[in-house]
Design a protein around this ligand. Structure first.
Ligand code: CIR
Length: 305
């Protein structure tokens, strides 16, 4: 049986599912693309190649294993992009939530069925049909559950709107001990610089009381103000629109002290080190082309408390 325990974003990581870039299925057709950054790279002829993605993804695995993390991999499904394991399921406390996700990615869930079968049945929560959520939008943090979402108008308009109000309500009902704080995100299916695909594309807690944040990712400025108030301005690393586009908020915490970050995030990495973090630099810039990075590639199962 697989044990689950996730209460926050940064406690020492014991076990994780890391997505795989194997058998990706090549460059998708424009009509099968579901995020604007992949779309941009398809149009520019720069969509990443499977062999390069595999090298980067294996570099991330090595960094996790170096820190003693047990790394599970999904079963490789033919011609299926399985890089971003984060979104297809997520753990809150000792529960594994099986959400409803964008239909184009539904099949990815089959790759982790063999793992879900090793979780106690009573610890699996299945979302009702009308509720939608993806793990990139969900973050437990100090008794709160931060959730990125879209109201119906945006949800029905954009492919990049992945969590709806019913999803937020399901989470609040299922986790009454958490206070759910939901934030509408800015969405665009065509401009990656105007799009926060998930909450972790514009915000993420790090360390014990700090965060990385991009103001423009929040649809309502008051939600950004709330976060800055919550963490304290001195504990927020603000990133620019360009840094958001490069996915600077999507680093990944192995512990409160150790953060995996992209080798080319010069300013962020220097800032993290100035604040006392150990930065594990991994090259991941090809994976960034599909609008996700380190956090998106992981589905943490157990951290130490
Ligand atoms: N948590 C995340 O932000 N995941 C990235 C998912 C990217 C993928 N191209 C998608 O559109 O679903």
């Amino acid at each position: 049986m697989i044990e689950l325990m996730i209460r926050d974003e940064t406690a020492k990581l014991e076990a994780v599912v890391l997505g795989t870039a194997k058998s990706l299925g090549g460059t998708p057709d424009l009509e099968h693309v579901y995020d604007p950054k992949s779309r941009e790279h398809i149009l520019d002829g720069t969509f990443p190649k499977e062999e390069d993605l595999i090298v980067e993804n294996e570099g991330f695995r090595a960094a996790l294993e170096k820190h003693g993390v047990k790394v599970y991999r999904p079963e490789v499904l033919e011609d299926t992009n399985q890089v971003y394991a984060r979104d297809i399921g997520f753990v809150i406390y000792d529960k594994f939530v099986m959400p409803n996700i964008i239909e184009d990615r539904e099949h990815e869930k089959d790759g982790i069925t063999f793992l879900v079968n090793q979780i106690e049945k009573e610890n699996i929560l299945i979302m009702p049909r009308e509720a939608h959520a993806e793990g990139g939008d969900v973050m437990p943090w100090k008794g709160k559950l931060y959730v990125g979402y879209s109201e119906e108008e945006d949800y029905n308009t954009y492919k990049v709107s992945r969590t709806n109000r019913a999803g937020v309500e399901f989470l609040q009902k299922s986790f009454p001990n958490y206070e759910v704080k939901a934030f509408e995100l800015k969405k665009s299916d065509t401009d990656p610089r105007e799009n926060a695909l998930h909450l972790d594309c514009c915000f993420q807690p790090i360390g014990s009381n700090q965060c990385i944040i991009y103001k423009g990712g929040f649809k309502n400025p008051a939600d950004y103000d709330y976060m800055v108030e919550e963490f304290g301005a001195e504990n927020c690393i603000e990133i620019t629109k360009e840094e958001m586009y490069e996915m600077n908020s999507n680093v990944f915490s192995i512990s409160p002290e150790v953060v995996v970050s992209e080798a080319g995030f010069t300013r962020l990495n220097a800032e993290l080190e100035k604040r006392g973090f150990t930065v594990e630099r991994v090259k991941y810039s090809e994976i960034a082309k599909m609008e996700g990075l380190f956090r998106c590639s992981t589905l943490p199962l157990k951290r130490t408390y």
